[in-house]
Design a binder for this molecule. Structure first.
Ligand code: SF4
Length: 210
């Protein structure tokens, strides 16, 4: 069974270095909430309509009904509008200053984010990694599926987290890229109905299906 670093290198060789890295922290926060239980295409469409209104100070003060209307295509608009405004309020506590947030320890930030209604572990870690460049490993349904099929037997998400956080350099970019690589792999080859015959890492997989 591969260790975390070897697994990362396998995926990096198979898919190449991810092309994307985040720029604006509030865009990451906002979109991390919008994408919950919806397709990315809906987020893109909504984002186009939001345009330059995606400013945290503006969004925080916007009447909630207006925000709901703006994000309606992403579904669950009442709950998501509340969460986005709470996130904007949290960011306001740091003066909307990325550096001030980054100066805080990751566990403290994670606790603060998890205290916001509508922010679960996955969303909190996405925000920590992609908005504030903090090394906090992101675990989602794709990660669990891929690892299970590849032959790992982790008791729970805590065990997955320890495996990666002790086996990889403590580097947000490595964590962010690995998350992207797993996503790429699970959208391409390791789908719900896996495409094992064309999978680029099949020779290392213990559970080729079909
Ligand atoms: S060989 Fe099949 S099950 Fe294994 S990682 Fe590739 S697509 Fe997934």
């Amino acid at each position: 069974m591969q260790n975390a670093e070897t697994l990362y290198q396998l995926l990096l060789t198979a898919y190449g270095r991810p092309r994307w890295w985040s720029e604006d922290p509030f865009t990451v926060m906002f979109q991390a909430v919008l994408v919950q239980n919806t397709a990315w295409a809906s987020v893109e469409k909504t984002w186009e309509a939001i345009g330059d209104k995606a400013d945290p100070a503006y969004i925080e003060k916007l009447p909630v009904e207006e925000l709901e209307a703006l994000i309606r295509p992403c579904g669950f608009c009442k709950a998501k509008a509340r969460t986005v405004q709470a996130l904007a309020g949290w960011f306001a506590g740091y003066g909307f200053d990325r550096k001030k947030v980054q100066d805080q320890p990751a566990p403290k930030l994670r606790t603060e984010l998890l205290a916001i209604r509508g922010i679960g572990a996955e969303t909190a870690d996405v925000i920590l990694v992609y908005a504030f460049y903090k090394a906090s490993f992101i675990i989602d349904a794709y990660t669990r599926r891929f690892l299970r099929r590849f032959g790992y037997d982790f008791a729970d998400d805590g065990a997955i987290r320890r495996f990666f956080e002790t086996g990889l350099p403590e580097d947000a970019k490595v964590y962010g890229w690995l998350h992207w690589l797993i996503l790429e792999h699970c959208i391409g080859a390791c789908r719900k109905q896996p495409q094992c015959e064309s999978c680029p890492v099949r020779e290392f997989c213990e559970q080729i299906i079909g």
